[in-house]
Write a protein that binds this ligand. Structure first.
Ligand code: ADP
Ligand code: MG
Length: 586
């Protein structure tokens, strides 16, 4: 049995550093966060060999006085926190005073800094956690930190590093996130002497999205904004007809801090539930602003995770904000943005490509340096996909068949009509439900009433909204505890598995209603959800008479171009486009 002894400081330092600094990107994160905390307007980052050989972050922030700069290298030395309860009022990214000492413990570090109110600043050379040299420095106001030979004295960690290209990709990914969180800051990133990201200070988020993700995304993304007491959710969300094969482009920020939060990611997933094809993901930039005492940022060594006090409220707010943004009518005209963008240097020229109707976004290559501009998709280059004044009725068109058991193909006079069966049926159902407002919807009593077990909070919601549910055709009866009995369902949903339908519906609506006290909104949400859950699914084979029935229902609709979530119900591939694809003369 060995005896207990206290570790020498260098070893303790290395161990502690291991928590904060796991790879070159962690160094960049800490240094850039310090620059942001210092009020920098311009931050430049230089990366050599994936950051393993050298990383430099230069800012024009408040700098440090020569007498305080050495302190910054001590553990628990910070200018951002004075007393215990300051932790409840954090508005800075840093607060633990751990980053610089951690980096200094496992790399060689040079710190040059000058405060604008002093003519001379200082330059510190640090190795093995100790200051080796301090000299006066009279460079530009601000701070420049250079980190070389990362992990030179921790071979174990060095072994875990991936290829330099992979580490560089991580750094860029992180900087993209930070840049999206701080559109007003100018970011310049160079790798191996080459500029890989240049984002001048922007007035608003959409401009920044244009620079970071490409102007095509900036144009189509829908603004989202929801303000509640002490809570603000805003950002941009891609519409359902634009998606990617990877969830990598979902940027989550809480009080401007880049986080990877399961709760927020879950709300995001839920918001797009049923709107995107399987395996596809939206592009979302979501910013949550919340009173500092409502969120704990001190739960993760790299501050990548946070904990909310009232997570239910945040979840509902995010879900609501995104859903609202995706509703039709919310869409601003594309033209407006298109004009505003003309001057942008990053603008990739987009020509109208008739073939784009069938072009999907290619999967993003892993480790990309710059996000390739979004190829034109249907929504960006459409050649009037909804010709007005079409003389035909859906039910009269010859049906060609079903594609992938998801789309109905029909022959229109102008070309090939492709109908999204789920979206179309969803619109039909939604209209049916909406028409019943004020009167009761046709319902079908269940021969054998079923009981459904709910969360207590959901059961309480049901009790409060019995009337509303009744009007929509759902006859529910509280059955003690958190159980409800389902006695009747809307006639058009009678074919469904009622227990799953009701449980799913209420689980989705109950958290929302808290933030939407207005009955009309709750009713609309109920109709939307019932329509979505009740509609024919993608991947469902349909008999010819079912297709025929759906098409005649479409003819009855006032709005037959988009589903209630804003997705188009159908697209027309015109004969002209088909001819063009086959290089046939007109
Ligand atoms: P923390 O950010 O948690 O306070 P750090 O170890 O990252 O801890 O930094 C320690 C202190 O050094 C900061 O509180 C700040 O006062 C100072 N500092 C670090 N980087 C900069 C910078 N780029 N500009 C100005 N001051 C800085
Ligand atoms: Mg810091």
């Amino acid at each position: 049995m060995k005896r207990i002894s206290i570790l020498p400081p260098e070893i303790a330092g290395k161990i502690a550093a291991g928590e904060v600094i796991t790879r070159p990107a962690s160094v960049v994160k800490e240094l850039v966060e310090n620059s942001l905390d210092a009020g920098a307007r311009t931050i430049s980052v230089e990366v050599v060999d994936g950051g393993c050989r050298r990383l430099r972050v230069t800012d024009d922030g408040c700098g440090m006085w020569p007498e305080e700069a050495p302190l910054s290298l001590l553990r628990h030395a910070t200018s951002k926190l004075r007393q215990d309860d300051d932790l409840l009022r954090l508005t800075t990214m840093g607060f633990r005073g751990e980053a610089l000492p951690s980096i200094a413990a496992i790399a060689r570090l040079e710190l040059c800094t000058r405060s604008p109110d002093r003519e001379v600043g200082c330059r510190l050379l640090v190795a093995g956690g100790a200051i080796q040299e301090q000299t006066p420095w009279a460079g530009p106001a601000g701070t420049q930190v250079t980190v070389s030979d990362l992990f030179y004295n921790t071979p174990a960690r060095r072994k875990f590093l991936r290829s330099q290209a992979a580490e560089q990709a991580h750094i860029l990914e992180l900087l993209r996130h930070l840049a999206l969180g701080y559109p007003e800051v100018h970011f310049l990133v160079q790798a191996q002497g080459r500029t890989v990201l240049q984002a001048p200070a922007h007035r608003d988020l959409r401009e920044r999205v244009g620079t970071i993700l490409g102007v095509e995304w900036a144009e189509v993304m829908q603004p989202l904004e929801l303000a509640l007491p002490g809570l603000m959710v805003r950002g941009l969300a891609s519409p359902p007809d634009h998606h990617l094969a990877s969830p990598r482009y979902q940027f989550l920020l809480v009080n401007r801090r880049v986080v990877s939060d399961r709760l927020l990611a879950g709300a995001l997933r839920q918001a797009y539930q049923g709107l995107l094809p399987k395996g596809r993901h939206p592009v979302v930039l979501l910013e949550v602003e919340i009173a500092p005492d409502q969120v704990d940022v001190n739960v993760h060594p790299a501050k990548a995770e946070v904990r909310f006090k009232d997570s239910g409220r945040i979840y509902a707010a995010v879900l609501n904000a995104i859903r609202q943004a995706l509703e039709p009518g919310q869409r601003p005209g594309r033209q407006e943005f298109a004009r505003a963008w003309v001057a942008s240097p990053a603008l990739p020229a987009q020509e109208a490509r008739p073939t784009a109707l069938f072009t999907d976004l290619p999967p993003l290559p892993s480790g990309v340096e710059t996000l390739p501009p979004m190829p034109a998709t249907a929504a960006t280059t459409e050649v009037n996909p909804f010709p007005t004044g079409s003389a035909w009725r859906f039910a009269e068109l010859p049906i060609l068949g079903q594609l992938q058991e998801t789309y109905i193909l029909a022959q229109a006079p102008e070309g090939l009509l492709i109908i999204d069966q789920h979206a179309a049926h969803e619109r039909v159902l939604f209209e049916k439900f909406s028409q019943t407002t004020g009167q009761s919807a046709p319902r079908q009593a269940l021969l054998f009433p079923i009981t459904v077990e709910l969360e207590p909070q959901a059961a309480a919601w049901v009790e409060e909204h019995l009337n509303l549910l009744h009007q929509a055709g759902l006859e529910l009866e509280p059955f003690g505890g958190s159980t409800v009995v389902v006695r009747a369902v809307p006639a058009c949903l009678a074919q469904q598995d009622c227990a799953t339908l009701v449980a799913g519906l209420i689980a989705e609506l109950a958290p929302l209603a808290k933030e939407q006290p207005e009955e009309d909104l709750v009713r609309r949400r109920l109709h939307l959800t019932m329509a979505c859950r009740g509609a024919i699914k993608a991947g469902q084979p349909l008999r010819p008479e079912e297709i025929q029935h759906l098409l005649s229902q479409l003819d009855e609709l006032a709005v037959s171009s988009h589903c209630p979530h804003g997705r188009p119900l159908w697209r027309l591939l015109t004969l002209a486009e088909i001819r063009h694809n086959f290089r046939r003369p007109k």
